[in-house]
Design a protein around this ligand. Structure first.
Ligand code: PEP
Ligand code: MG
Length: 897
C-alpha cells in the first residue's frame, strides 16, 4: 500500500480531489504544486495510516518508515538540503495535521523539526545568522516539548511552563518585558538549555536529538491529537465522523523569521466577514506563521505588506487571482516570505459568514466564475438564518457609550451578561441567561463557552486567529482585538478607561462594525426582514436584500419540493408568504385559543360534563374559529391551507392553578369545586398519550362537527367574496383506519350541509397526520380514507423512540456525548428509525392511492438535513415555522441540484 504521497517542483503524486485519503491540506498542496505555484516540497502520510494507528494500538504499518525515508529523500533532492545535516544547511520540516474537512486549530503542529545541538550550529553557519538559528531551535523545543512530549500546564500552574521559563529569564536578564524577537542568540542559547532541563525534569528523558526519532514522535502526536478533547467537541458540533482520521503533512520549512525581508501571513482572497472583493488578512514581518494565527502578537493588515515587501505582495496578488480562477471559490491561504520570496503553505476554501457566502456567490455568478446552481450550493442552509439575525437599533446605538473598538470578526449584534471563562459562560447560558464570553484571547479550549455564548469579545488577537474563524463559522457575533479593554481573570472584571464591568454586567457588541458598548442595547431586525415583511424601500435597495431575493429565485428554479408553513394566525401567514411559503402545512386550531380570554370557551368545552354543556361551549367557539379561518384564507390568497382538527393534550389547556380555576368558575357561574373536581377527573398520567388527537372527537363527534362547520362556513364566505380558497382538513393522531373513517364521514356530511345551506360550491381535501407508528405501518388501510398524509414527526419521533418530547432535556446531552444521538432527534430527523416508518407509510399509502399528496409538518420541516431526506422520500412539501421558510427553500433547492 502506498502510504506516502509526495509533492514538489511542479510534480505531485496526489491532487485536489483526493481529500479523503490525503486530507484537505495535503490534497490542496499537491494541487497548488501542480498548477505551478511556489510550494515548498513535502509529503503527506495518508489518513489510512491514522486508521491503522488506532486499529493497532498506536503503531504504524511496517512499510511506512521506508516510504517516509523516500519522501524525505525526494524533499532533499528538490530543496538541495539534507535532513539532519550537521555540515551544510539542514533540511528542517513542518509537521502538520490535515483532516478531510479543515478543523482550524483543533489538532497539533510542530515546526522547525530536525534541529538538534549539531544542526543548529550548521544552520547558524549556513545562514550566517546565529540569532535566527537559535530562535528556531528555541521555538522547536518549546513546540515539540508541549505537543509531543506533553510538557504542559498543570492545574496548579498559572502559565504554560515554557512561557514561564521565558518570562523568568527576561526578568533576570533585562529586568523588564521585551518581545521575543528582541532576544539575542545568547538569550536563546540560554533558553534552549533551560528548556532542556525543564523537559528532563518533567519527562525523565532528555530531549530527542535524532531527527528521525523527532519525526516519528511528531507524526504520532498529530495522529494522537485526532482524539484530543477539543477535536472531539469540534467533530461533534460539525458532524465529522471520527472514522475519517487525519493525514500528516511533512513539508520543508521556509522561514519568515530570517529578518526584515521576511514574514508570514494568512489571508482570504475576499473578505470572509462581509464578502467584499478585496484581499483580506494579516501579516507580520520577521515572524513564523504560528505567531500570526496564535493571536499573541496583534498582526498588521495584509494590505500593509504592499509597503513592507512590495515585490512579494505583487506576487501574492497574482497568486490570489490564479487560486480563485482554479478553485472557483474564495481561498484561505497561509504564506511565508523568506528573504523576499513568496511561498504558499496552504490553501483551502475559506470559511465565511452567511452574509459573505451570499455576496461571494452572487458576485462570482456575475464574474462568470460559477453557475447559479453552484451559487445556490455555496450558501450553507444551516447558516442562512444568520442573514435574518438582528442588528442594534440605530438610535439606541447612537446614544450608547462606545467603550472600545475592536476588529469586526463575526457580524451581527449581541447583547449579554459578560462571563470571563468558558465554564461559567456555559453554566449561565444553561440557566437561560444571554451570555457574552469575554477573554483576553480565545483558544480552542474556549469552544464550549463560545457555543453557549451569544457573542464573543477578546482584547487581543486578529480576525484570522483560530478563535475568530471558529466564531464566524458558528455564526456567533464576535469582536476581537479590542485592546482598550482590560480583562482581569482574578477579579472577574472588564475595565475600559475608568469604567469597570463585573461578571454578570451587560455589554453589547457589534460584530459588523467592531464596536463595544457598555450596557444592554436593543436589537432590530435585519434588512431582509424589514424589506420582505415591512416592505421598507430603503432595505429593499440594499445589496444584501437584492442578493437574497436573487438567491431565493434561484432556489425556486431548482426545487422540486414545496415549502409550506406552520402558522396559526393571519400575521404569521403573511410573514411566511413574504418568505415564499406556498401555503399552510399546519394550522394548530387549538393554538388560536391561547390568545386573550378565548381560552375560557375552550376550557368550558373541555370541562363540560354533558353533551348539552359541551354543545353550548362549542357554540361559543364556532364564531371565533370561523373568523380565524376566514382571516387565514384571506391572507393566503388562494394558497392551500391544511387545518388540523383539535389536538389538545389536555394538560396544556386545563386550568391547573387554584387561581385560574376560581377565575373560570366565576366566568361560568359555577362553584369552583365543580371545576376543580372536573380537572381532577380529567387528570392524566401521560397526557401526550392520553385523550387527545382524534380520540377526543371520537368520544365527542360534536367537536369535529363544529370545527368542520367553521372551516366550511369560512370557505363559503370567501367564495361569496370572490376570494379563492383551498381548505385541507386534517385529522390528527390516527393509528387505525376506522378512526379516520368515522371523522371523514362527519367532515363530508358537514361540507354537504354547509354547501346546501349557503348555496355555494368549494373544493376541499380531507386527510390525516401520520404521527404514530401504527398509522405508518397500516398506511395502506388508512390511505383508503385519506386524500393526503402529513407526517407529524414530532409525535412520530416521540412514539417511535419512546421519548417524551417534553422531558428529554435531562438526558439529551449525555446521549449526545455518548454518541447515541448524532443530533437532537426532535430537531433533526432520525432518518434510520423514524425515517424508516416514513418510508413504509409512503410506500403503503401509494400502493393504494398512487397520487396521494404527501407532506411533513413536524418541526423537522425546517431542518436542512431533514429536508434533504424528505426530498429523497419524494414528499410534495415540507412545512416549517415562518422564519425557517428561507432555510427550508434553500435546503430543498440544494437537495434537487
Ligand atoms: C407533530 O406531531 O409532528 C405535529 C406537527 O403535531 P404537534 O406538534 O402539534 O403534536
Ligand atoms: Mg402531533
Amino acid at each position: 500500500t502506498k502510504y506516502v504521497y509526495t509533492w514538489g517542483a511542479g510534480k505531485a503524486d496526489g491532487d485536489g480531489s483526493m481529500k479523503a485519503l490525503l486530507g484537505g491540506k495535503g490534497a490542496n498542496l499537491a494541487e497548488m504544486t501542480k498548477i505551478g505555484l511556489p510550494v515548498p516540497a513535502g509529503f503527506t502520510v495518508t489518513t489510512e495510516v491514522c486508521t491503522y494507528f488506532y486499529d493497532n494500538k498506536r503503531t504504524y504499518p511496517a512499510v511506512l518508515r521506508a516510504q517516509m525515508e523516500a519522501g524525505i529523500a525526494n524533499m532533499e533532492k528538490i530543496m538541495g538540503y539534507k535532513f539532519g545535516d550537521s555540515e551544510g544547511f539542514p533540511l528542517l520540516v513542518a509537521v502538520r495535521s490535515g483532516a478531510r474537512d479543515s478543523m482550524p486549530g483543533m489538532m497539533d503542529t510542530v515546526l522547525n523539526l530536525g534541529l538538534n545541538d549539531k544542526t543548529v550550529a550548521a544552520l547558524a553557519k549556513a545562514t550566517d545568522n546565529e540569532r535566527f538559528a537559535w530562535d528556531c531551535y528555541r521555538r522547536f523545543i518549546q513546540m515539540y516539548g508541549d505537543v509531543v512530549l506533553g510538557v504542559q500546564k498543570t492545574p496548579d500552574e498559572d502559565h504554560e511552563p515554557f512561557e514561564a521559563v521565558i518570562e523568568k529569564y527576561k526578568h533576570e536578564a533585562y529586568g523588564s518585558d521585551i518581545v521575543d524577537s528582541d532576544l539575542t542568540a545568547e538569550d536563546n542559547k540560554e533558553l534552549v538549555s533551560r528548556f532542556k532541563t525543564l523537559v528532563k525534569d518533567r519527562t525523565g528523558h532528555g530531549f530527542p536529538e535524532d531527527p528521525w526519532e523527532q519525526l516519528e514522535g511528531a507524526a504520532g502526536a498529530v495522529f494522537g491529537s485526532w482524539m484530543n478533547d477539543r477535536a472531539i467537541v469540534y467533530r461533534r458540533k460539525y458532524g465529522i465522523p471520527a472514522a475519517w482520521g487525519t493525514a500528516v503533512n511533512v513539508q520543508a520549512m521556509v522561514f519568515g523569521n530570517t529578518g526584515p525581508n521576511s514574514g508570514s501571513g494568512v489571508a482570504f482572497t475576499r473578505n470572509p466577514a462581509n464578502g467584499e472583493n478585496v484581499l483580506y488578512g494579516e501579516f507580520l514581518v520577521n515572524a513564523q506563521g504560528e505567531d500570526v494565527v496564535a493571536g499573541v502578537r496583534t498582526p498588521d493588515e495584509v494590505s500593509g505588506m504592499a509597503e513592507a515587501l512590495p515585490a512579494a505582495f505583487k506576487e501574492l496578488m497574482k497568486v490570489r487571482a490564479i487560486l480563485e480562477k482554479h478553485f472557483r471559490d474564495v481561498q484561505d491561504v497561509e504564506f511565508t516570505i523568506q528573504d523576499g520570496k513568496l511561498y504558499m503553505l496552504q490553501t483551502r476554501n475559506g470559511k465565511r459568514t452567511a452574509a459573505a457566502a451570499l455576496k461571494f456567490a452572487a458576485d462570482m455568478v456575475k464574474e462568470k466564475l460559477i453557475s447559479w446552481e453552484t451559487a445556490v450550493m455555496r450558501n450553507p442552509a444551516d447558516q442562512l438564518d444568520q442573514l435574518l439575525a438582528p442588528v442594534f437599533d440605530i438610535n439606541e446605538a447612537k446614544k450608547a457609550t462606545v467603550i472600545a473598538k475592536g476588529l469586526p470578526a463575526g457580524p451581527g449584534a449581541a447583547s449579554g451578561k459578560i462571563y470571563l471563562n468558558a465554564d461559567r459562560a456555559v453554566a449561565a447560558a444553561e440557566k437561560g441567561e444571554k451570555v457574552l464570553l469575554v477573554r483576553v484571547e480565545t483558544s480552542p479550549e474556549d469552544l464550549r463557552g463560545m457555543i453557549a455564548a451569544e457573542g464573543i469579545l477578546t482584547a487581543r488577537g486578529g480576525v484570522s486567529s483560530h478563535a475568530a474563524l471558529v466564531a464566524r463559522q458558528m455564526g456567533k457575533v464576535c469582536v476581537c482585538g479590542a485592546s482598550a479593554i482590560e480583562v482581569d481573570y482574578d477579579k472577574k472584571t472588564v475595565t475600559a478607561g475608568d469604567q469597570v464591568f463585573k461578571e454578570g454586567d451587560f455589554l453589547s457588541i457589534d460584530g459588523t462594525a467592531g464596536t463595544v458598548y457598555g450596557g444592554e442595547l436593543a436589537t432590530e431586525p435585519s434588512e431582509i426582514i424589514t424589506g420582505l415583511i415591512n416592505n421598507k424601500k430603503a432595505s429593499q435597495k440594499t445589496e444584501k436584500f437584492q442578493n437574497f431575493v436573487q438567491l431565493m429565485e434561484w432556489c425556486s428554479k431548482a426545487t422540486r419540493l414545496g415549502v409550506r408553513t406552520n402558522a396559526d394566525t393571519p400575521e404569521q401567514v403573511k410573514n411566511a408568504v413574504a418568505f415564499g411559503a406556498e401555503g399552510i402545512g399546519l394550522t394548530r386550531t387549538e393554538h388560536m385559543f391561547f390568545e386573550g380570554d378565548r381560552i375560557d370557551a375552550m376550557r368550558e368545552m373541555i370541562l363540560a360534563n354533558t353533551e348539552e354543556d359541551r354543545k353550548k361551549a362549542l357554540k361559543k367557539l364556532l364564531p371565533h374559529q370561523r373568523k380565524d379561518f376566514f382571516g387565514i384564507f384571506k391572507a393566503l390568497e388562494g394558497k392551500p391551507a391544511t387545518i388540523r382538527l383539535l389536538d389538545p393534550p389536555l394538560h396544556e389547556f386545563l386550568p391547573n392553578t387554584e387561581e385560574s380555576q376560581a377565575d373560570l368558575a366565576e366566568k361560568m357561574g359555577v362553584p369552583v369545586e365543580e371545576i376543580s373536581h372536573r380537572v381532577h377527573e380529567l387528570h392524566e398520567q401521560n397526557p401526550m398519550l392520553g385523550h387527545r388527537g382524534c380520540r377526543l372527537a371520537i368520544s365527542y363527534p360534536e367537536i369535529a362537527e363544529m370545527q368542520a362547520q367553521a372551516i366550511f362556513e369560512a370557505a363559503a364566505q370567501c367564495v361569496k367574496k370572490g376570494i379563492p380558497v383551498k381548505p385541507e382538513v386534517m385529522v390528527p393522531l390516527v393509528g387505525y383506519a376506522r378512526e379516520l373513517e368515522l371523522q371523514v364521514n362527519i367532515i363530508h356530511r358537514v361540507a354537504a350541509e354547509v354547501k346546501a345551506d349557503k348555496g355555494v360550491e368549494f373544493d376541499y381535501l380531507v386527510g390525516t397526520m401520520i404521527e404514530v407508528p401504527r398509522g405508518a405501518l397500516t398506511a395502506d388501510e388508512i390511505a383508503k380514507h385519506a386524500q393526503f398524509f402529513s407526517f407529524g414527526t414530532n409525535d412520530l419521533t416521540q412514539t417511535a423512540l419512546g421519548v417524551s418530547r417534553d422531558d428529554m432535556g435531562s438526558f439529551l446531552s449525555s446521549y449526545q456525548e455518548n454518541d447515541i444521538y448524532p443530533k437532537n432527534p426532535f430537531a433533526s430527523l432520525d432518518t434510520t428509525g423514524v425515517g424508516q416508518l416514513m418510508e413504509i407509510a409512503v410506500e403503503k399509502g401509494r400502493s393504494v392511492k398512487p397520487d396521494i399528496k404527501l407532506g411533513i409538518c413536524g418541526e423537522h420541516g425546517g431542518d436542512p438535513d431533514s429536508v434533504t431526506f424528505c426530498h429523497k422520500l419524494g414528499l410534495a412539501y415540507v412545512s416549517c415555522s415562518p422564519y425557517r421558510v428561507p432555510v427550508a427553500r434553500l435546503a430543498a433547492a440544494q437537495a434537487a441540484i
